[in-house]
Design a protein around this ligand. Structure first.
Ligand SMILES: NC(=O)c1ccc[n+]([C@@H]2O[C@H](COP(=O)([O-])OP(=O)(O)OC[C@H]3O[C@@H](n4cnc5c(N)ncnc54)[C@H](OP(=O)(O)O)[C@@H]3O)[C@@H](O)[C@H]2O)c1
Length: 185
């Protein structure tokens, strides 16, 4: 049987702790980012560097992304979990990932954790997924404390994403999104 593995798209920034946690849960973790130094540092920082695999690719480049995913899926099958933090500058990246997984395997269950910025909450989009995909959406909110508000820390973001992975909820808001007019400016 193949090892269980996770694909974390955009995993070298605020999602670093999610990568470390997935490794503790005995996943092999494949991380997409452009900067090789950041990928190398993430590998060095984990207790089991052999479980962390960097994929240096620009997800805005569909041909290169497709090539990397094709090699990955050929070698390992489809991921058990995909954690996606993809900027809006790359609208084709997540559909490409979903399509390629579907072409590879429509029977093995997998989980998609789709992280989105706060503004996306108010223009909710429909994200179609294949039947074998458990879809969970995570919105990044803000924190209201005393008389001021602030954006989330990396630690809060990673903890919220880990909570989304382990909970049964289809939608998670990390922090709050209301009242929207009190968000940090
Ligand atoms: N509501 C909130 O509180 C909220 C919401 C959003 C963001 N934030 C904060 O804002 C900070 C900056 O946001 P950020 O989006 O830069 O987050 P980040 O998680 O720190 O960095 C983005 C991640 O995506 C990768 N990436 C970016 N563009 C890519 C591309 N074209 N191809 C492949 N990988 C790519 C980056 O690696 P490479 O650069 O190496 O490619 C990195 O791994 C965050 O650290 C977070 O603290 C807060």
């Amino acid at each position: 049987m193949k090892n269980q593995y996770a694909l974390v798209v955009g995993g070298t920034g605020m999602l670093k702790d999610v990568c470390h946690w997935l490794i503790q849960q005995e996943y092999h973790v494949y991380v997409i980012g452009r900067n090789k130094t950041k990928l190398k540092k993430l590998k060095q920082d984990t207790r089991q560097p052999e479980s962390l695999h960097g994929i240096s690719v620009d997800y805005q480049n569909s041909a290169c992304l497709s090539n990397e995913l094709s090699n990955l899926f050929k070698k390992n099958g489809i991921p058990n979990i995909v954690v996606s933090w993809i900027h809006s500058t790359a609208p084709k990246a997540l559909p490409l990932i979903k399509d390629m997984i579907s072409k590879q395997d429509l029977s093995t269950n997998w989980q998609l954790i789709h992280i989105q910025g706060s503004a996306r909450f108010f223009g909710k989009e429909n994200t179609p997924v294949p039947e074998n995909c458990l879809y969970k959406r995570v919105y990044l909110g803000f924190i209201l404390e005393n008389n001021h508000s602030r954006w989330l820390t990396h630690n809060e973001i990673s903890s919220g994403v880990i909570h989304a992975i382990t909970s049964d909820n289809n939608e998670t808001i990390i922090g709050t999104l209301e009242p929207w007019n009190l968000r940090p400016q």
